[in-house]
Design a protein around this ligand. Structure first.
Ligand code: 6R9
Length: 650
């Protein structure tokens, strides 16, 4: 039995959900009238320009439509509408790696978004529905550009700044982007790093769709300038008007695409809607982070990931909160950087990933004690399961045993939190995402849709559509249906399949046990094995490869590759090959996909039909006993051979 931690009631003043009775009442309200309750929230929370006339349309399931008939503008929902009551409130507080500080009030943010939207519209001819790729560092202009797109009804696709030119090119081409917004570069650990050269390289081939590149100045380093294609943001935006009419869009109009890894093939462009997405971003911000008017909220994610979209930009701003944007890394100049910022800005909600908690724990166990962290009320985690040691340190050393830890389980595809404690209400068991949020019907099932018994591991499914769910995969509706709506059915209808394993205990608490597919969770970031393998195969001397996750002290999971060489000339050759392979991965995907370790093996365990048995490879790398039946393998002896090779390497 794990320990239970009760919320400290004195930490909360008038939270939206005060206790488990209120939670249960809300769940019941949704149960009794699912559509009516969602409709009520949509009416209450969104500033509609035209009211919707239907809550949920399931005719074309799983292509669900929410709030049909409604018209809105997401930038208005996040910025414009707040001018009435909070024009002088800080919307974004920026802290640079180099200590730069900048605060934008809602009024200032409104003007910046408008000028940027005017620039996109007037200079680059961006119209409703056009795609704009953002390849940006963590600076306010990233959020401003996202909102400027929303203002025009243009669809942004943010590509994480750590991705390579190749990865960026693939995304630009798939999205058929007309404009790329980037920066010269930014700062990391006190030194400048570059982004624009990566864009230049990406645009070398196949990107005919791109008409212009808009470059924000951040680090002032020299960059190549392509006349007629590249435009200086800072100079041009000055001349634009601070007034800009928002473009009204339908509820279902795509707000953005965000590419994420799946278990097979290339990354998929997850498409999100306008109304449903922003509604849930705002509601979860209010429920899970208990956002109050005077709070300062900080999420350490990068805007290149969904957490940055929903919980740095859209959620906090829709809720009218003050959101902190941090350009640097948590361990620079030392492992006290975050705690120093918490003290300085009097942060009330701090949201980060278990990998960062483990790193900060390891590098600076006593650092939190050096700062006044008493402003903190809620600590959040996201991205991967959190282990009890990290949880305890976070709770005690950072939260002074006063804060509620919200372990938020969700995905790029879900748009916002699915399973999470409510900070003032839910008694918490460490390492447990606890209960589905009201309105979310999450169930643990077997592959055939039967319920998984309590205490056993099954598949996490969401059995009713919800407003912020993925709408489709850009350019590939078939893959959307195939990836998420498979054999798991309830009442004859395919349910949303998360790809995660989960377990429920006798008290109804849900623990997420990790991916059940070929996706590796590296530092909370999803990497598809197929993508990494495709990169490794580009090496001339690689005959076959299989990539699996291997437990890693800080990253959660690291990437481990089993490699069969065409021609193996010994250890020296292998070491060289390892380096070469990682160089290829870096240029094909980016440094986040580098292999931590590799083993050179004579063959891979395959079934007679040629399918690689990854489960065996996963068990082998963890040093687990092989429980799978190996008699169906083409060559069962290979398992023992690989085992010996791994033992020798250790
Ligand atoms: C938001 C985000 C999604 C995958 C997801 C799961 C893992 C996220 C988690 C968690 C355990 C949590 N995951 N939150 N696992 N506990 N609180 O991370 O989106 O990048 O799409 O990753 O991350 O495996 O399926 P995304």
């Amino acid at each position: 039995m794990s320990e239970i931690y009760y919320p400290k009631k004195e930490m909360f003043t008038d939270p939206l959900i005060k206790n488990m009775c209120e939670y249960n009442d809300l769940v019941e309200e949704f149960e009794k009238d699912y559509e009516g309750t969602w409709g009520k929230y949509a009416q209450e929370k969104i500033d509609w320009f035209k009211p919707f006339d239907r809550v949920l349309n399931e005719d074309d399931a799983p292509f669900y439509k929410w709030f049909e008939g409604g018209e809105l503008n997401v930038a208005y929902q996040c910025v414009g509408r707040h001018l009435k009551t909070k024009k002088n409130k800080a919307a974004i507080i920026f802290e640079g790696d180099n200590g730069d500080q900048r605060t934008l009030t809602y009024r200032e943010l409104y003007y910046e978004v408008n000028r940027t939207a005017n620039l996109f519209r007037n200079k680059f001819n961006i119209k409703k529905g056009d795609r704009v790729v953002l390849y940006m560092p963590m600076i306010p202009e990233a959020a401003i550009s996202m909102l400027a797109c929303a203002k025009l009804g243009a669809i942004h696709s943010v590509v994480f700044g750590g991705f390579s030119a190749e990865a960026l090119r693939d995304r630009i081409i798939d999205a058929e982007a007309k404009l790329v917004v980037t920066a010269d570069g930014a700062f990391r650990k006190g030194k400048p790093y570059m982004l624009k050269p990566v864009v230049d390289e990406a645009l070398e081939e196949g990107c005919d769709c791109v008409e212009a590149v808009c470059v924000v100045e951040r680090n002032g380093e020299d960059i190549h300038w392509e006349a007629g294609r590249d435009y200086a943001y800072n100079e041009l935006v000055e001349n634009e008007s601070v007034q800009c009419e928002p473009e009204m869009v339908d509820s279902e109009h795509p707000l953005f695409l965000l590419y994420t890894s799946g278990s097979t093939g290339k990354p998929k462009g997850v498409q999100h809607s306008s109304a449903g997405y922003i509604l849930w971003a705002q509601m979860t911000m209010e429920w899970v982070f208990d956002i109050k008017d005077n709070d300062t909220y900080w999420c350490t994610a990068d805007v290149g990931w969904i957490t940055g979209h929903t919980y740095i930009v859209y959620g906090p701003l829709a809720a009218g909160a003050t959101t902190v944007m941090f350009e640097g890394v948590p361990t620079f100049p030392d492992a006290g950087r975050c705690w120093k910022m918490v003290e300085e800005y009097q942060i009330n909600q701090f949201y980060t990933a278990p990998t960062a908690i483990r790193l900060l724990h390891k590098m600076g166990v006593d650092e939190p004690a050096k700062y006044d962290l008493s402003s903190l009320r809620i600590l959040g985690t996201v991205g991967e399961p959190i282990d009890p040691a990290a949880w305890k340190w976070y709770y005690e050393a950072v939260g002074n045993s006063n804060c509620s830890i919200v372990d938020t389980y969700w995905q790029t595809e879900t748009g916002g939190h699915m399973i999470s404690p409510l900070p003032a209400a839910t008694p918490i068991k460490p390492g447990c995402a606890t209960f589905p949020l009201p309105g979310i019907v999450a169930e643990i099932m077997e592959e055939d849709g039967t319920p998984t018994p309590v205490g056993e591991k099954g598949f996490m499914c969401i059995t009713k559509p919800w407003p912020s769910m993925i709408r489709t995969i850009w350019n590939d509706p078939e893959r959307f249906v195939k990836s998420y709506f498979g054999d798991c059915k309830k009442d004859g209808k395919a349910v949303y399949f998360t790809g995660d394993g989960a377990m429920m205990d006798e008290d109804g608490y849900i623990t997420i046990t990790g991916r059940t597919d070929d996706v590796i969770n590296v530092s909370g970031h999803r990497m598809g094995t197929a993508e990494v393998e495709a990169a490794v195969k580009k090496h001339d001397n690689v005959a076959a490869v299989a990539v699996v996750g291997k437990p890693h002290e800080i990253k959660g999971e690291g990437i481990f590759a089993y490699i069969v060489l065409k021609d193996d000339e010994g250890v020296a050759d292998e070491l060289e090959t390892m380096k070469e392979i990682n160089t290829i991965i870096k240029s094909e995907i980016g440094a986040i996909a580098l292999c931590d370790d590799m083993a050179f093996v004579p063959d891979l365990p395959k079934t007679r039909s040629g399918k690689i048995m990854r489960r065996i490879l996963r068990s082998l790398v963890k040093g687990e006993a092989i429980t799978q039946d190996t008699s169906t393998l083409e060559d069962p002896s290979i398992v023992g051979i690989i085992e010996d090779i791994l033992k020798k390497e250790c």
